[in-house]
Design a binder for this molecule. Structure first.
Ligand SMILES: C[S@@+](CC[C@H](N)C(=O)[O-])C[C@H]1O[C@@H](n2cnc3c(N)ncnc32)[C@H](O)[C@@H]1O
Length: 156
């Protein structure tokens, strides 16, 4: 199952970028034997200041057609890491070809795009900067693959 992180804004370098690259590389490595990955980071940028609606249009173009869609949203579902891993495994086992995660920009995700999502995942009720949410999601994907692989990365 191919996994896509569809995000607003470009991050060319810096500590967040290094962490994202590292976790996504680890996810690919661990997920390969599990039918998870490859993962791609698809960054979109609206330079015309068109707001959430313009960002949503760019995100829709980036999301592969037919992909299952999960938006990151503080109002979404709270999950433990093992639950997230289980859900990822179930989506894979259902024969899903593409799973796309969407992280909004500073204004959030356009309500129309949010309404199209199959699920909404929350990292808590607090609002986090979108660049940090990228790091957190990348790490949770790697953690989920580790849990499904039975590797000792995840410890409670
Ligand atoms: C700075 S936040 C935007 C906040 C915006 N005011 C809103 O209402 O959505 C940027 C993006 O980060 C993600 N995000 C921020 N906090 C989150 C959380 N607690 N759980 C999941 N995603 C979160 C969402 O995708 C959000 O669109």
């Amino acid at each position: 199952m191919r996994v896509h992180l569809c995000v607003v804004g470009r991050l060319r370098f810096g500590p967040e970028r290094d962490l994202i690259d590292d976790y996504l590389k680890r996810f690919d490595r661990t997920g390969r034997a599990l039918g998870l990955g490859p993962v791609t980071l698809l960054e979109v940028e609206d330079r015309k200041g068109g707001g959430m609606a313009a960002e949503a249009a760019l995100l829709r173009k980036a999301i592969p057609s037919g992909a299952r869609l999960c938006v990151l949203d503080e109002r979404g579902k709270l999950m433990s890491s093992p639950d997230f891993a289980r859900q990822l495994g179930e989506i894979r086992d259902a024969g899903t070809g593409d799973l796309a995660f969407v992280i909004g920009g500073a204004d959030g995700i356009d309500p129309s795009l949010r309404a199209e999502a199959d699920m909404a995942l929350s990292f808590g009720q607090m609002v986090w900067p979108h660049m940090l949410v990228r790091v957190m999601l990348s790490e949770q994907l790697y953690r989920a693959a580790s849990i499904l692989a039975g590797s000792p990365y995840h410890r409670i």
